[in-house]
Design a protein around this ligand. Structure first.
Ligand SMILES: Cc1cc2nc3c(=O)[nH]c(=O)nc-3n(C[C@H](O)[C@H](O)[C@H](O)COP(=O)(O)OP(=O)(O)OC[C@H]3O[C@@H](n4cnc5c(N)ncnc54)[C@H](O)[C@@H]3O)c2cc1C
Ligand code: SF4
Length: 559
């Protein structure tokens, strides 16, 4: 039962504390305070949603549901950022004269909304980005308790995706990207891309050696609302991974503006060092805005406009806008395939929850698993030391911040999981729980489609896998690692072992032809060592133990 929901007397619940910061900040409301009530979900925190309705005198219903928060072991920072932003948004709406009913509940959104709609009549809502939420409220839309409207936050209509990419795989970003550039005119002149080409990706792959200096991540003041959220997260969700520290995340409208200024300051160097990783600066020149954009505290269109009108060099602006278009692309794939359920692809049942089963309901659904990778996720992903510096540094970033930028996600965390044949659904569940910007529509395509090869060639032409040469070139991890990147590091042998194990699945894929030729040419003795390395690393990490270089510096000692 959601407290305060029917009397409308409190405007917030006892759980938040009528004397607490959010309780004090919000006025009591009654059903008559608005002609129409709109439910905005946790990821629709922007006045633009209300404005798109063109209704007079609308009130807003916002809900905190602990049943949702407990579905997964969401990182405490993720829960903190989301709830603090939602609470600040409630207060900001009220300051704009919008009546706000703020409900805390242990029940599902659907249960709370069904009860509220009995009091105020049908509630307006917007098509939800997350499938999980769409499914939850589907029957309320069918019954008329919710009136659904188009989501005003996307940059592109589905028709652009369907016209350029189609509804059947293979889905390819290039065609969609060109279509969006042509339709919008972004970085276009006389129908041609500014700078003579659509993508400047080739110029955006430099390692970072310390110059130009990377900015320190922004630090934000916390107010009473933030402190109340921090205390509540610690008390209620203390067993979830990580911890909450809202000095590192924007939560109020003013801080959201500051975070946008930070991102624009980073933009000139964003492109060049987009793929670099460093232990001296986890974020380098990345915007750190995905969380806010996914919550719609910043509308994607505003961010794109800000990038396009900035004075940053073209390789940065193009690189940044392309990422925002990639975001649209994954969202369309998610929608047209019903979260990949309509795709014909190899599937396996999977342990859900990546080792935190008590939080996640298991399901009977088989999940995409093109390469039939069935190993569980090693505890190293939850913070146990693996001895692989690149992995440990990236996991530390996830455990501490709930965040890494794109390349550690792709070329370290997913790469190592791939090389160990970790079940892709488990890895996805781990990303979903651990990252502050993760929601099903964005995390599933990124992990199942790009980070792993669980969808086969439906989204990517080949898997993103690499040995130590890539990590050594693009990061400073290897310099402080107990392994020597050429002599003792297991990564390259893991790479060869992966190619050899899955060679039949890759046969006929012309993008994999050279790699397969190279693995076929390897001496049998080397292949045996590759395989021994794989067994050793997998068994050691699955036993929760730390890897050590062999005493004589030779991988053969592992046998
Ligand atoms: C395995 C894997 C899992 C990922 N999971 C998520 C996720 O759960 N949520 C999420 O928002 N992004 C995810 N991404 C995409 C990307 O890594 C993050 O959006 C980005 O690292 C967030 O950092 P940032 O805000 O500094 O973004 P920047 O690097 O500054 O990029 C600018 C903006 O582009 C958008 N963007 C960039 N790349 C992508 C992408 N691949 N998909 C969607 N949007 C993108 C983001 O909104 C971001 O704010 C994932 C990528 C990989 C490889
Ligand atoms: S040496 Fe190998 S394990 Fe160590 S950081 Fe480099 S790639 Fe990672």
């Amino acid at each position: 039962m959601s407290e305060g929901s029917f009397s409308f007397s409190a405007g917030t619940s006892k759980a938040a504390g009528r004397n607490g910061a959010i309780g004090k900040a919000l006025q009591s409301v009654s059903p008559a305070d608005a002609e129409a009530w709109v439910w905005l979900s946790y990821d629709q925190l922007n006045l633009a949603f209300l404005e798109s309705l063109e209704l007079n005198n609308t009130g807003v219903v916002l809900i905190e549901s602990s049943s949702k928060a407990r579905r997964r072991p969401y990182h405490q920072q993720k829960l903190g950022v989301l709830l603090a932003n939602q609470r600040h948004f409630a207060v900001e709406l009220q300051e704009q004269g919008v009546p706000v009913l703020y409900l805390l509940s242990t029940e599902t959104y659907a249960d709370v909304l069904a009860e509220v709609s009995q009091t105020v009549g049908p509630l307006h809502c917007f098509h939800h980005a997350e499938r999980e939420l769409r499914k939850e409220v589907e029957s309320l839309i069918t019954s008329g308790a919710l009136i659904e409207h188009a989501h005003p936050g996307w940059l592109t209509p589905q028709s652009w995706f369907v016209e350029s990419v189609g509804v059947e795989p293979p889905f390819r970003m290039d065609a969609f990207y060109r279509k969006v550039r042509q339709q919008t005119g972004w970085m276009m002149e006389n129908g041609k891309p500014v700078g003579g080409k659509y993508s400047f990706d080739a110029e955006n792959r430099f390692p970072w050696k310390g110059d130009p200096p990377a900015p320190a991540p922004p630090v934000y003041d916390v107010d009473a609302i933030d402190r109340e959220v921090e205390a509540m997260i610690g008390a209620v969700y203390g067993e979830h991974p990580g911890s909450v520290d809202l000095t590192t995340q924007p939560t109020s409208a003013e801080q959201v503006e500051a975070s946008l200024r930070f991102a624009l300051d980073c933009l000139p160097n964003f492109g060049t060092y987009e793929d670099a990783m460093s232990e001296k600066s986890r974020g380098l020149f990345h915007s750190r805005l995905a969380t806010l954009v996914n919550l719609h505290r910043i509308m994607p269109a505003r961010l794109v406009d800000a990038a396009l009108t900035s004075s940053a060099p073209l390789n940065s602006v193009e690189g940044f806008v392309r990422q925002m278009i990639w975001r649209e692309y994954v969202r369309h794939i998610h929608e047209v395939t019903d979260g990949f359920r309509t795709l014909e692809v190899e599937r396996t049942p999977s342990r859900r929850g990546a080792g935190w089963e008590k939080f996640v309901e298991n399901d009977d659904e088989p999940h995409p698993n093109h390469l039939i990778q069935t190993n569980p996720l090693p505890e190293a992903f939850w913070g146990k030391t693996s001895g692989l510096r690149c992995l440990d540094a990236s996991v530390a970033s996830v455990m501490e911040d709930g965040w890494t930028h794109h390349i550690p996600r792709l070329m370290v965390l997913s790469n190592i999981a791939n090389l160990l044949d970790v079940n892709p659904r488990e890895l996805t569940d781990w990303f979903h729980a651990g990252f502050i910007d993760a929601y099903d529509w964005v995390v599933e395509p990124n992990v199942l489609g790009m980070g792993t090869f669980a969808l086969g060639t439906a989204m990517m032409t080949k898997p993103y896998v690499a040995g130590s040469a890539y990590i050594n070139r693009m990061s400073d991890h290897c310099k402080s690692c107990q392994f020597h990147h050429k002599k003792t590091c297991p990564m390259t042998r893991l790479y060869w072992a992966y190619l050899n194990r899955h060679r039949e699945a890759f046969a006929g894929n012309h993008r994999m032809a050279i790699a397969l030729k190279n693995v076929a040419r390897r001496a049998e003795e080397e292949k045996v060592l590759d395989s021994i390395t794989f067994d050793h690393v997998r068994e050691t990490l699955l036993a929760g133990r730390e890897l050590r270089p062999s005493t004589d510096g030779d991988l053969r000692a592992w046998s």
